[in-house]
Design a protein around this ligand. Sequence first.
Ligand SMILES: [Fe+2]
Length: 285
Amino acid sequence: MRPASSFLQSYLSKDQLIINHFLSSIFKAFKSNQGGLVEVKMRQSYSWLFNVILISFVLLKNVKYGSAGITSTFIRSEWPSIDIPLDNEAFAVPEGHNAPQQVHITQGDYNGKAVIISWVTVDEPGSSKAQYGTSENKYDFSVEGTMTNYTFYKYKSGYIHQCLIDGLEYDTKYYYKIGSGDASREFWFQTPPKIDPDASYKFGIIGDLGQTYNSLSTLKHYMQSGGQTVLFVGDLSYADRYQYNDVGIRWDSWGRFVEQSAAYQPWIWSAGNHEIEYMPEMVKS
Ligand SMILES: [Fe+2]
């Protein structure tokens, strides 16, 4: 009886060596009842069977501890990649005077115990306060954030608010409320689990999203996947395709478009080439 190859042996843990020994004993017991040519044939076939069983044990052991992903069967449709019109409900402006829009969160520290909430108000600067807590409709804490705005060519941004909330507990659902009066809005997010090699946390990776009908289908598909955080690999809105009087408008529509996910879970950003905008008079090179 040959031992398993040294390559395999190097992957075997103690419990598998016990199995190895057990199977070897069965094989020896079997062999002692055979003789001559029969033994040689049986030995070959049982050696093969033994290897199959052994490899199965090795592979099955990895099923428990392994982290093999699942490949989605999703294939996007053949819809034309044209931008969704601005009056489409995908870009709906929330109702109410100065209601927060384009609400999105990102992770606020390296450990997962902080979140940055951002939103835009368009009628007036308004409040940069965020209230939050662990029960719905009951906000035990509040923080005061900052506000900024900018102009670029003919585009004038809304009032952009940002709040850092930190000292959060792991694996906890938090509710938050922003805006004032009738136009206030409420959202929630779940903090990640405590950092651990075996902690389960499901990321989505999205890039080149844009705001076409295909973008909508991609976003809806992602939202059904159960992903808990998006790693965004660049090229967000493709607003740079709009020039002159339309500069910047498609950034705001895109912000309203992704809010349905980005207000409820961290999207972690990196920038792509479409985030570089040029003055309309300049030629891209
Ligand atoms: Fe791209």
